[in-house]
Design a protein around this ligand. Structure first.
Ligand code: FES
Ligand SMILES: [Fe+2]
Length: 422
């Protein structure tokens, strides 16, 4: 009997075209479209408290191997890892009063890469002016050290945030992530592409499935100080979410009921910053207190940085511990427990080092992800066309405001008000 094509059940894995990722959105090395766009912004590179004048730290940002250090005089600096003399790593260098000195032949560079001394040369380097260690500008604010790796003539002011200014009595910034076994200075390394981490926040639907229906309620405070259980019902979530472009990027507001404004708002700022409301205590009167960055390290990894304004470190612990998997932190789980109670790391990391965009099947629930990608493409287009991309300011930085938080316009539906723990 002859088999005709109409008898065949197609859609098998055989003969599919080679899968691909969207390089324009994900790759960040020098000269790539996204890499050039990302280089128009400041990025966190180290925590202020962790960056002491003791030893230099090795990191990689936007595909470039860098050393971040603080001189004994107190100035933070970022330079290329390879010494401008003959390439030894400045990771093995020595931090001094006014710079960093290479271990191999004793050349010393200041935070702008100027060669201050060539220990083994006549007169300590008569021609040391011609040696310049590649460097990048840094600034320190909100408990973090930021680096600008773009064209010097396009350097914008370091952004300010209204909710991080005018601290109350007893408040300060906390930036050290309390993850056991991880170094805490150059961000928490996540071994998958930065965009997978960034766009997750604009996907509020996953919260109802992954963090509630699939793995059991993972957020602390569900049904008590946080949102009611119905908020996490995946079968009624469709239509309760509004996506909107904002001055700095976009937001998603997720209502608890179809016809009520009561709900929570998540926000993303271009190019790689997101704002989450306090999940544990849903309180519309709280002043927003936290920023999270997904800083591309290279094409297949990124570094998470967080800054929290609070009166004690307890708020950082609350933030990190607000999502638990079967009552445990992610690093406490066995592989089998991760299978039974997967969370954010399992879902995002398993998309691959860079997710394969050609293999995706986008649907209604991906509206936020689609919007965010569209905005990122516009950012890349703007840079290519010679325009300043969104959120690049000129002159003085104007403090940015937060949309993230809670809408509790219907008090009878709101959970009992509890004071913020911070
Ligand atoms: S390689 Fe650094 S001083 Fe020679
Ligand atoms: Fe999540």
């Amino acid at each position: 009997m002859t088999v005709t094509s109409s008898d065949l059940d197609t859609g098998t894995g055989y003969g599919r075209p080679a899968p691909q990722h969207d390089a324009r959105l994900t790759e960040v090395g020098p000269g790539t479209p996204m890499g050039e766009a990302m280089r128009r912004y400041w990025h966190p590179v180290a925590t202020s408290s962790g960056l002491t004048s003791d030893l230099p730290h090795r990191t990689r940002i936007l595909g470039e191997d860098l050393i971040v250090f603080r001189t004994r005089g107190g100035r933070p600096g970022v330079v290329f890892e390879r010494c401008a003399h003959r390439g030894s790593s400045l990771f093995y260098g020595r931090v001094e009063e006014d710079g960093i000195r290479c271990c191999y032949h004793g050349w010393k560079f200041d935070v702008e890469g100027n060669c201050l001394e060539q220990a083994c040369e006549p007169d300590r380097g008569r021609r040391r002016d011609v040696a310049r260690q590649p460097w990048y500008p840094v600034e320190e604010r909100y408990g973090l050290v930021f680096v600008y790796m773009g064209p010097p003539e396009h350097k914008p002011p370091l952004p300010r945030y209204e909710f991080f200014e005018d601290l109350e009595e007893g408040e300060s910034f906390f930036t050290e992530l309390p993850v056991p076994g991880e170094q805490k200075v150059t961000g928490l390394l996540q071994e998958f592409n930065w965009l997978q981490g960034f766009e997750n926040t604009m996907d509020p639907v996953h919260v109802t499935w992954l963090h509630y229906a699939h793995s059991g309620a993972q957020f602390e405070g569900v049904g008590t100080t946080g949102m009611p259980e119905e908020f996490y019902n995946p079968y009624t979530v469709s239509g309760k979410i509004d996506y909107a472009e904002t001055e700095y990027g976009m937001s998603v507001s997720h209502r608890a009921e179809l016809d009520k404004p009561y709900g929570s708002i998540f926000e993303s700022h271009l190019p790689n910053l997101f704002l989450l409301p306090n999940q544990v205590t849903a309180d519309a009167s709280q002043r927003h207190d936290c920023l999270i960055w997904a800083v591309p390290s290279d094409d297949t990894s990124h570094r998470s940085f967080i800054a929290i304004r609070a009166k004690s470190f307890d708020r950082m612990l609350q933030m990190l511990g607000s999502v638990k998997q079967n009552g445990k932190m992610n690093w406490e789980l066995t592989e089998e427990e991760k299978q039974r109670f997967p969370g954010d790391f399992e879902s995002q990391n398993s998309q691959g080092a860079i997710t394969l965009h050609s293999e995706e099947t986008l649907a209604t629930s991906d509206k936020g992800v689609v919007m965010l990608r569209r905005m990122l493409r516009r950012m890349v287009d703007d840079v290519e066309a010679g325009r300043d991309p969104q959120n690049v300011e000129r002159g003085e930085a104007k403090p940015r405001t937060a949309t993230a938080g809670y809408i509790l316009d219907e008090p009878e539906h709101a959970p009992a008000a509890t004071p913020a723990s911070s």
